[in-house]
Ligand binder design. Structure first.
Ligand SMILES: Cc1cc2nc3c(=O)[nH]c(=O)nc-3n(C[C@H](O)[C@H](O)[C@H](O)COP(=O)(O)O)c2cc1C
Length: 177
């Protein structure tokens, strides 16, 4: 597998069912490094130089996150704003991430039928725009739907959905040559 950086952005990983399980499954792969942003930066003080170094070393960057109000959780937005800087990711003829693949891996709380393709396209457009702007390769999306877990109810449906999601992502990453 190509060197992969999985940017895990979940504000409450201890309460997560799906993103936690997906990250645990992918952590067993060779060549996948997980960056748990909330664990690394509980005070949101991102080490930009370190994050840029990790990006430069990777071939594939996976954004792993739960959909929050049709958007990314705040730690991921901040991470993107701070890490994709002028003179590093774009501008001054410097495109240090050029050619690297972006994979969006998102868990969605609601059922699939309320997310037609046009809506999904709008939701993920910012990643497409980011990739284009930085001459990166917007490679794929892995999305899974579900239902918000009701505390006290069994978790097995969500766990199965997360396992299937992890399998799809694993397969996709292994397919990159
Ligand atoms: C603040 C917040 C906003 C959310 N917004 C959405 C949303 O816009 N659409 C949706 O389908 N689910 C939404 N959800 C549900 C989450 O996407 C869902 O619970 C999450 O993907 C499950 O992953 P986890 O088990 O790792 O937490 C939201 C949840 C929270 C806490």
């Amino acid at each position: 597998m190509k060197k992969t950086l999985l940017i895990l952005a979940h504000p409450h990983l201890q309460k997560s069912i799906r993103n936690k399980l997906i990250a645990e499954e992918l952590a067993t792969e060779n060549n996948v490094e997980i960056r748990d942003l909330t664990g690394l930066y509980p005070d949101y003080n991102i080490n930009v130089a370190e994050e840029q170094k990790k990006m430069v070393e990777a071939d594939i960057i996976v954004f792993q996150y739960p959909l929050y109000w049709y958007n990314v959780p705040p730690i991921l937005k901040l991470w993107i704003d701070e890490v994709f800087t002028y003179g590093f990711a774009f501008g001054k003829g410097n495109y240090q991430l050029e050619g690297k693949k972006i994979v969006v891996s998102c868990t969605i709380g609601s059922k699939e039928d309320i997310y037609p393709a046009e809506t999904l396209e709008k939701i993920f457009f910012p990643f497409q725009g980011l990739a284009d702007y930085c001459k990166m390769d917007y490679f794929a999306e892995v999305i899974s739907f579900g239902e918000v877990h009701v505390p006290g109810e069994p978790k097995s449906g969500l766990e199965n959905s997360a396992k299937k999601h992890a399998e799809k992502l694993r397969h996709l990453l292994r397919s990159v040559t």
